[in-house]
Structures are given as structure tokens and as C-alpha cells.
Ligand binder design. Structure first.
Ligand SMILES: [Zn+2]
Length: 334
């Protein structure tokens, strides 16, 4: 019955529109014009701006800045490719992809939304109690249930993850600083940045790179037997969490004699210490933030971890991204 009423109302209005076409048609045309004209005017103004001599002059002025931005964008892609962004694995889901799960009951289709995600990566399906405990004590529970063992090898892996995440984070934020600097120097009319920000970057010659940092996430999930309720705790492995994990693992490792006492933990704190010890200057080419305020500085293992180098204050140095990139390209090629 409600359907019939709705259809009746729609038909009535269509008949009304057709009967009084000499009013409705001009109204529609006016509405279209009001809607379209500002857009057209904006497009014309935009084209004029990008074709203007002022814009061309600004673009030429910042060419070196743009080129360096694009090189760092390339470097970001390399970090993404070579870095390590995973660690550990969920015990329960490891072989779940070998089975298919179906809910074959006819009437409770709604419950599917709460089906435990066994096939997903880094998900641990567990009791409600474990979900709650994990939310309260994430570091301990992630290492316990995702098999992140307290040994030197795993510690090195977690530190490598932290290094990748941190260098990607600082490279991405460096790019963003440079992008806003570029916008500031060209100083386009407000409507350009409001409506055509992406096209502006393209016209200036800036290659945009994805700004998302692929933080690994660990999930503890409880789904009731009937599927009617579910709760989850999610742990995002950002720099802060990784540092806490590094400290937690180090606290329960029995180090070999050679490494004990002289090993430092690769955390944000240590990276900051090394940079300030080296006075925010690249130890290879002497580039410094005093001359280049936006210089991207990284902390490097002088003897690489892959060749037995340890995380020790004496084995760490500050390098600018250019020198660090050249060094890691050499190591990858060797
Ligand atoms: Zn350098």
C-alpha cells in the first residue's frame, strides 16, 4: 500500500511538470545556468592563471626546489619498497586461507558481519578476556600472541621495523613541508588551492607521492558463538609503540656476553641523540640544517646490520638522505 501511494505521488508530479511545461522548462534552464556559470568562470580563470607569465616566472624560480622534492618523493618510494613493515604473525589465522568459511543458515544472514576474520592477517581470535587484557597491556599481548619472541634476532627485526617506519615518517613529513613551501613561494590565488590543488602541483612540476605510512596493525578479536556480539582491540605499530616493544623485548632478553652492556636500543630517543651529537650535520658531505633548514637527516649504521654491525653509539652516524641513499644503493647493488 505505501508503495502505491508513493508511485501515485510521483506520477502526479510528473503530470504537473508536463502540463505546465512553459513554466518548468525555463525554470530548469535557469537553475542549470546558475549552477554551471561559476564553474565555467572558474575554469577560465584557472586556465588563464596557469598560462600567465607570472606563473611561468614563479615556476622557473623554484625549479631546483621542485626537482629536489621529486627526488625525495622517489626516495620515499624506495623506502617503501626496501623497508620492513611487518613482524610476527597470528597463530590462529596462519592456515585459515586453506579453508573456506560459509554461513549456510538461511535466516541469520545479519550475523555474517560479526564472523571472526580468521583469514585476515595479524588477527588473533580469542576470548573476551584476552581482548580486554590486550587493550590494557598491548605490548605484552602482541608479543605473546603474535609470536614476537624475546631474542636478539627478533629485537633486531623490531628495530629494523622501527627504523623503516621512522625514516618513512620523517621523509613524508619532509615532503609535506617542502610542498607547503613551494605553495608559499608561488603564492597562487586562493581559488586555485581551493579547487585545483592537485592540478597546481602538477603544473608546477611536483610529483606527489602517497603520504600514508603503512603501520602494521595487530588485532585481538572476540566473536560470540552465535555471532551476535564482537569486540576487538587494535594495536597500531607506530614509532611510540615500536619503541615500547623494543624496550620490552630488551628487558627480557638474555644477551650474549659480547653484546651485553654495549648494545644501545634503536629508538626515537637514540636517533635524536645521534643527530644532536653530530650537530645536525651529515658526517659524509657536511650538509647541515644550518644551511638547509629542510634537510632530511637520517641515522645510519656505519657497519650495516646486514653485515654484523651492532646498534652501538660508536657504530651510528648522521647522514643526509642523499648520502644515506647512495650508501644503501651501493649495499643493495653489492
Ligand atoms: Zn650527506
Amino acid at each position: 500500500m505505501p508503495y502505491l501511494i508513493a508511485v501515485g505521488v510521483v506520477v502526479f508530479f510528473i503530470v504537473l511538470l508536463i502540463t505546465f511545461w512553459y513554466i518548468t522548462v525555463p525554470l530548469v534552464i535557469i537553475a542549470l545556468l546558475v549552477w554551471l556559470t561559476p564553474k565555467l568562470v572558474r575554469r577560465i580563470r584557472k586556465r588563464r592563471y596557469f598560462a600567465s607569465a607570472t606563473f611561468a616566472a614563479h615556476k622557473a624560480e623554484i625549479a631546483a626546489l621542485t626537482a629536489e622534492h621529486n627526488e625525495i618523493a622517489q626516495y620515499v618510494a624506495e623506502i617503501r619498497e626496501r623497508g620492513s613493515f611487518e613482524i610476527g604473525a597470528a597463530g590462529t589465522g596462519r592456515h585459515a586461507h586453506l579453508a573456506t568459511f560459509e554461513n549456510t543458515s538461511a535466516h541469520n544472514y545479519k550475523r555474517d558481519r560479526n564472523v571472526a576474520s580468521y583469514a585476515a592477517e595479524n588477527v588473533h581470535n580469542c576470548s573476551l578476556q584476552v581482548v580486554r587484557n590486550a587493550a590494557g597491556n598491548p605490548i605484552k599481548y602482541v608479543s605473546k600472541y603474535f609470536d614476537i619472541k624475546a631474542n636478539e634476532e627478533t629485537l633486531a627485526d623490531v628495530e629494523a621495523l622501527g627504523k623503516s617506519i621512522a625514516s618513512l615518517e620523517s621523509a613524508v613529513s619532509n615532503l609535506q613541508t617542502r610542498e607547503s613551501q613551494i605553495v608559499g613561494m608561488v603564492n597562487p590565488p586562493a581559488f586555485i588551492m581551493k579547487y585545483y590543488a592537485a592540478e597546481f602541483m602538477e603544473q608546477v612540476g611536483v610529483e606527489l607521492s602517497p603520504v600514508v605510512v603503512p603501520y602494521p596493525e595487530y588485532r585481538f578479536e572476540y566473536v560470540s558463538a552465535g555471532g551476535n556480539s564482537s569486540q576487538r582491540a587494535t594495536v597500531k605499530m607506530d614509532t611510540e609503540t615500536i619503541d615500547a616493544m623494543v624496550e620490552y623485548l630488551a628487558g627480557s632478553i638474555k644477551f650474549r656476553k659480547s653484546a651485553a652492556g654495549q648494545r644501545a636500543l634503536m629508538t626515537a630517543k637514540l636517533r635524536h641523540f645521534i643527530r644532536s651529537r653530530d650537530e645536525w650535520t651529515c658526517l659524509n658531505c657536511a650538509a647541515s640544517v644550518r644551511v638547509e633548514p629542510n634537510l632530511l637527516l637520517e641515522v645510519d649504521h656505519i657497519r650495516p646490520v646486514s653485515r654484523g654491525g651492532l646498534t652501538q653509539v660508536e657504530n651510528l652516524q648522521t647522514l643526509c638522505w642523499r648520502c644515506n641513499r647512495a650508501k644503501s644503493n651501493k649495499i643493495v647493488a653489492a
